[in-house]
Design a protein around this ligand. Structure first.
Ligand SMILES: Cc1cc2nc3c(=O)[nH]c(=O)nc-3n(C[C@H](O)[C@H](O)[C@H](O)COP(=O)(O)O)c2cc1C
Length: 444
């Protein structure tokens, strides 16, 4: 069994009310870069492998057909491009890695390959690219389309996107850079090649006008968990980001990924999954429970609606008093959103023919939006026990993308001060920064 890798999911560390909760910074507000530098230093002291930023470019506007609730309650907004923040965090640290998200549906691979090459230089080989297909209408509207591209076609585009990025990263051979001070000869033209890519979605001549970066290929992470999303992961991902919190779903995901990897001729042991797992840790279980209750109190009904509707691409304010789960699922799939998510989970649990009331749905929705339906809660030993057990039963390859609904920075600081040291003392974690690059440290 390989040791557990730990990443922190900072995607929403400043939203959904975390900025106001007990233990949040006073006098420093998002996006103050000093907050992130401090967080990176404390996480590195604990030996955390990676700090990770998901992304979305649109303000949630599906609930009631308006962005007002999301704006009012700070739901999944504001969100900045975190590339410069990662650059700043990397100068405050030496070992910890950084994950950055861009959408293959909206971006162009030349821009992204070039930016990641630069970030790999600035971080000295510590950057990972989380490539997402994007499911949210508000994001699509910012890139010229009111409609989302067909779900499976998005993955076809993603596969081509990554192939172009990798060809560009290989287009300048590390040996080609000569830098001969006596002759003034900079590079050997024989090691610099156009890629002449002409595919269904992109035409890119290349080469990348850059010097190869320390990792040459930044680590590539992929999160889609539909059957098509898993096939895409198997075809190119170094590491997968999966939904955690439910052993049955995790096992299903692991088994599907293993089959898909074998079909691609790849070794299932070589691709780990980092499970998205929310944690509320306290010095005692009682302290953790009090903190959970504080989180529950902080959510408004409108905020829950905005959060859920954005993720599902469906305006849940229009739900009738009773409805069949399968009908709701069909409407979500027809809008090209993900078949997974809350409604997919409810269908898997209760069956498509189950009739649900609006109030029941919002009870589930409340647990889903707050993340409390997939939260590990307790003192450090209890949470560490649960993580160790989950790791063993879900394939023991990868680890956890931990998030916390508590105030920032205290929520993450306590993971670094209470939970990660507990796991390390037990010998449950992968070695602390054994290599120079993120790729070496994650062993991918
Ligand atoms: C754990 C997890 C994290 C994700 N993070 C992001 C993200 O940060 N930004 C984004 O646009 N999509 C994100 N997604 C959405 C996926 O990229 C994908 O578009 C979505 O899951 C729909 O694809 P699927 O039907 O294959 O699951 C995430 C998905 C999962 C499962």
């Amino acid at each position: 069994m390989s040791g557990i890798h730990i990443a922190y999911d900072l995607s929403f560390a400043h939203t959904e009310g975390r900025w106001a909760r007990a233990g949040s910074w006073i006098g420093q507000e998002f996006p103050d870069v000093r907050m992130y530098a401090e967080l990176a230093r404390t996480a590195e002291r604990a030996g955390v492998d990676m700090l990770f930023f998901g992304d979305g470019s649109g303000i949630p506007n599906t609930w009631r057909g308006s962005m007002d609730a999301a704006v009012e309650w700070g739901i999944q907004w504001p969100r900045h491009d975190m590339a410069p923040v990662i650059a700043a965090m990397s100068t405050a640290t030496e070992h910890i890695g950084f994950g950055l998200t861009y959408s293959s549906t909206f971006m162009h691979p030349f821009t992204v390959a070039r930016l990641l090459n630069s970030l790999d230089h600035v971080t000295n080989g510590r950057i990972a690219f989380n490539v997402v297909a994007s499911t949210r209408g508000a994001d699509a509207e910012n890139y010229g389309s009111a409609e989302l591209m067909d779900h499976d076609l998005r993955y076809e585009r993603m596969e081509e996107f990554i192939a172009v990025c990798r060809a560009l990263w290989d287009s300048v051979s590390p040996d080609a850079i000569v830098r001969d001070r006596t002759t003034g000869r900079f590079a050997d033209p024989a090691g610099v090649h156009p890629i002449d890519h002409e595919g269904r979605f992109f035409r890119v001549r290349g080469p990348l006008a850059s010097v190869p970066s320390p990792q040459v290929h930044p680590v590539v992470v992929q999160a889609g968990n539909s059957p098509r999303g898993i096939t895409a992961s198997a075809s190119f991902a170094d590491l997968v980001f999966g939904f955690g919190g439910g052993v049955a779903g995790q096992r299903r995901h692991r088994a599907m990924l293993d089959d898909a990897l074998r079909a691609q001729g790849r070794d299932p042991a070589s691709v780990g999954i980092l499970w998205a797992t929310q944690v509320i840790v306290g010095r005692t279980r009682r302290e953790a429970t009090t903190r959970r209750d504080e989180v529950l109190r902080a959510w408004d009904h409108e905020a829950v609606g905005a959060f859920l509707s954005h993720n599902a691409g469906y305006d849940f304010s229009t739900l009738p008093t009773t409805f069949r789960l399968g009908e709701l699922q069909d409407a979500i799939v027809a809008a090209q959103a993900s078949p997974g998510g809350l409604v997919g989970t409810l269908v898997a649990e209760h069956g498509a023919d189950h009739t649900m009331t609006r109030d029941e749905f919002f009870d589930h929705g409340w647990a889903s939006a707050t993340g409390l339906d997939h939260t590990l809660l307790g003192d450090p030993a209890e949470v560490a026990d649960a993580l160790e057990e989950n790791h063993a039963t879900t394939g023991a390859r990868g680890g956890y993308m931990l998030s916390t609904p508590l105030g920032m920075p205290s929520g993450f600081a306590e993971l670094s001060e209470l939970l990660v040291p507990e796991l390390r003392a037990r010998g449950a974690l992968a070695p602390r920064y054994p290599g120079r690059t993120l790729r070496e440290n994650l062993a991918v």
